[in-house]
Write a protein that binds this ligand. Structure first.
Ligand code: CMC
Length: 429
């Protein structure tokens, strides 16, 4: 029998259907609440609001579970690659070999930017924030329409759009770094796989190709894979909100780059490194940093700690912590910031402030240490997050576009401003 919940208001009761997800998650369907009672719900930050149903990513924040299309993140991290995971997220199952080969070929074919992009890059100051450049350039891709065949199917068009976005976001990122460094752009190399090609475009010197070590390629592949989707977070919700107006996939993903930029979301990976540097260079002890983080009037938060959904541990942080130890060991990097990070983590995990609020290290706590070890500058960290998240944004945009029940996003509000009053002419105020 269908389950319902009863809501009583002003002596009137209504039945609200209870919706159950495939993992037993329960939700109250309030879609008729306003028409039947005149009430709306108030949920700042949407912590209790399900804005959609989705079959892409499952998270159990209490148990530290993350699965893409049902497959645990730990298995994917061990066995798969970023490109295969991108296909999995977008198409809902693991690809056959021929499908994966076709996708790889599309990524190679779509890697280069139109030459006119040079002028767009030149229009930015050399020290322009890379996330601003990325957002603008993702939108710009749509200004150079592909020459598809006349009888191109919608599926083929979508696959080419998805391939363009996943491939070009990496080229744009590398070009913005090269411009900031005053270096000539490096064209993509069709012989290189996804991550190695990115590192080639970032770091090859003129006439001297950069050959990334397998350890570095693996570490970056892992970071991208772990960031590939995270259900209805701030930037993904942005993709859905923008896409709900039937804006194109490029405009929707460009908006998501803006949402990701903030320090409470994707920008946290930069903020973690800046915090660790400040503590290290300023000779601040880990104990003093913890003390400051506990004092709300200090304005200082322990960046890389806490998560809206994970309340025991972030499974991505667990994987990256091990990966940080491994890659720094392999590369022979001794990083004092890693020692600071370890001390902060150890102290916070024992401190009742963090324990009571269930604040644990999140994915950003260790990703920055790894990116720093492999030579990626701090101001590019959030751009790397965006490269990783692109398949998730695309999968979520498509899921919504294919949903016949999807409606334009249009939340309500409880108005708290002045009630009606008269306009007063300026000389009488
Ligand atoms: N350091 C110190 N105190 C904290 C922290 C922190 N990092 N995070 C939360 N708190 C405190 C907060 O002050 C509040 O205390 P009180 O109840 O006394 O007022 C309590 O914990 C609850 O915090 P909240 O801000 O209401 O929690 P939220 O669910 O709205 O925010 C968060 C989640 C991730 C924005 C927040 O924990 C935070 O700002 N963390 C640091 C930034 C960060 O690392 N962000 C990356 C998130 S993971 C990557 C991603 O998916 O985007």
């Amino acid at each position: 029998m269908a389950r319902t919940a009863t809501l009583t208001f002003n002596d009137r009761s209504i039945q609200l259907p209870v919706v159950e997800g495939s993992e037993g998650e329960l939700g109250l369907d309030i879609s008729k609440l306003r028409s039947e009672t005149g009430l709306i719900t108030l949920d700042p930050g949407y912590g209790n609001t399900g804005a959609c149903t989705s079959a892409i990513t499952f998270i159990d924040g209490e148990k530290g579970v993350l699965r893409y299309r049902g497959i645990p993140i730990e298995e994917l991290a061990r066995e798969s690659t970023f490109v295969e995971v991108a296909w999995l997220l977008i198409f809902g199952r693991l690809p056959q070999q021929a499908e994966l080969d076709d996708f790889r070929e599309r990524l190679v074919r779509n890697a280069a930017l139109h030459e006119a992009f040079r002028h767009h890059f030149e229009g930015f100051l050399v020290d322009a924030p890379p996330m601003a450049i990325l957002s603008a350039m993702v939108n710009t891709i749509a200004c150079f329409p592909r020459r598809g065949t006349e009888d191109e199917s919608p599926e083929e068009r979508f696959l080419e759009d998805a391939s363009q976005l996943i491939s070009k976001v990496r080229t744009i990122a590398a070009c913005s770094y090269r411009r900031a460094m005053g270096l000539p752009f490096v064209y993509p190399d069709s012989k290189l796989p996804y991550v190695a090609n990115f590192l080639h475009m970032m770091f090859s010197a003129p006439y001297a190709e950069h050959v990334a070590s397998p350890e570095v390629v693996d570490a970056l592949n892992l970071i991208l894979l772990l960031h590939a989707d995270h259900e209805q977070n701030c930037s993904t919700s942005t993709v859905r909100i923008v896409g709900s107006s039937q804006a194109n996939i490029y405009a929707s993903c460009a908006a998501a780059v803006g949402a990701l930029w903030g320090p409470l979301h994707g920008g946290a990976n930069m903020a973690v490194l800046e915090m660790l540097e400040k503590i290290h260079k300023g000779g601040i002890s880990a104990a003093d940093a913890i003390k400051m983080a506990k004092d709300s009037s200090s304005g200082f938060r322990l960046m890389g700690f806490g998560h809206r959904v994970y309340k025991n541990f972030d499974p991505r942080a667990k994987i990256l912590k091990q990966a940080a130890d491994k890659v720094l060991g392999q590369l022979g990097v001794k990083d004092p910031l890693l020692d600071v990070a370890r001390q902060l983590e150890e102290m916070a995990l024992k401190d009742s402030y963090f324990v009571d609020r269930r604040l644990y290290p999140n994915v950003d706590f260790y990703s920055g240490i790894i990116m720093r070890a492999i030579g990626i500058p701090t101001n590019m960290f959030t751009v790397i997050f965006a490269i990783g998240r692109m398949p998730g944004w695309i999968a979520q945009w498509k899921e919504q576009a294919d949903d016949p029940k999807a409606r334009i996003a249009r939340p309500r509000q409880i108005y708290t401003g002045p009630t009606e009053k008269r306009y007063v002419p300026i000389d009488q105020r």
